[in-house]
Design a binder for this molecule. Structure first.
Ligand code: FES
Length: 99
């Protein structure tokens, strides 16, 4: 577990209809599922990365929120169409920039 090169958390929090906006209402689960599928299809070693659901990360008004560790980079303003972009970040962290 300590050897993870990338641990991506994508918010799937759902406050429900008529409440303050939340990432599930913008496609958070769809985005997370697609990123995970892409990482799997790319053959990334499963012991080197995780793509997990998260609860509210805070910046709810900034699209679907995500954060990747160990870099600690916030990835905001996402939509379900950003799955490739996020999978690219995971792949880069796992494989390193030189490959
Ligand atoms: S509901 Fe996703 S960041 Fe708050």
């Amino acid at each position: 577990m300590n050897d993870l090169k990338a641990h991506l958390f994508i918010c799937v929090n759902d406050r429900g209809e008529g409440k303050k906006e939340s990432c599930a209402r913008k496609g958070g689960q769809q985005l997370k599922d697609e990123v995970k599928k892409l990482c799997h299809e790319r053959g990334l070693p499963k012991d080197l990365y995780r793509v997990n659901n998260s609860g509210c990360l805070g910046p709810c008004e900034r699209g679907i929120s995500a954060v990747i560790y160990p870099a600690g980079d916030w990835l905001l303003d996402n939509t379900p169409a950003d799955a490739v972009k996020l999978a690219d970040l995971v792949e880069k962290a796992v494989r390193g920039s030189g490959t």
